[in-house]
Write a protein that binds this ligand. Structure first.
Ligand code: AMP
Length: 145
C-alpha cells in the first residue's frame, strides 16, 4: 500500500515532534506529498449568563490567534525539517471537521495523529484521535504516545 498525500495533524504539544516525524518518515518512504494542519476551533460564547435556554453564538477566533498558529506551525515544520511541506492553519467548528475538510479539498489519503495530546492522557485514544478515527474518509495512523 502506497500513500500519495499524507496529512500531519499538529497540536503544538511536546509530542507533536514525534507525530510529525512519523508522518515525514511515511511520506518519504512512499514518495508522497506531505502537508501539516493545525485547526483553530471556533470559540463558543454564551450570552445567557447562566440561563439555559438563551442562544449560544459561535465567535470566530481573532486574526492574532490565527497568525500565532501559522508561526507556530512554521516553527514546528522547521524543527521537523519539512519546510517543503504545505502548512495549513484552518478555522473550523471542531478539529475533526477542519481535518476532514482539508482531506476532501486536497485528496489526502492518510491522516497522522497522536494517540492522545492534551486531552485524554489516561485513555488509549484522546478525544481528537477518537473523533478522527470515527468517520475519516481515508486511512488514519494514530502514533502511540
Ligand atoms: P488530543 O485530542 O488532544 O488527545 O489530540 C490527539 C492528536 O490529535 C494530537 O496528537 C494531534 O495529532 C491531533 N490534534 C489535536 N488537536 C489538534 C488541532 N487543534 N489541530 C490539529 N491536530 C490536532
Amino acid at each position: 500500500m502506497s500513500y500519495r498525500h499524507v496529512l500531519f495533524a499538529a497540536d503544538f504539544s511536546d509530542e507533536a515532534l514525534k507525530v510529525g516525524a512519523r508522518a515525514k518518515a511515511i511520506a518519504d518512504c512512499c514518495g508522497a506529498r506531505l502537508s501539516a494542519i493545525h485547526v483553530v476551533e471556533d470559540m463558543t460564547i454564551s450570552l445567557g449568563g447562566g440561563y439555559e435556554l438563551l442562544p449560544v453564538l459561535p465567535e470566530l477566533p481573532d486574526e492574532t490567534l490565527l497568525s500565532e498558529s501559522r508561526m507556530a506551525l512554521g516553527n514546528l515544520a522547521e524543527r521537523l525539517n519539512i519546510g517543503a511541506a504545505e502548512l495549513w492553519v484552518v478555522n473550523a467548528p471542531s478539529t475533526k471537521e477542519g481535518i476532514f475538510g482539508a482531506v476532501e479539498d486536497h485528496e489526502v489519503d492518510l491522516i497522522v495523529v497522536g494517540s492522545h495530546g492534551r486531552h485524554g492522557l489516561s485513555l488509549l485514544l484522546g478525544s481528537t484521535a477518537n473523533a478522527v478515527l470515527h468517520g475519516a474518509p481515508c486511512d488514519v495512523l494514530a502514533v502511540r504516545l
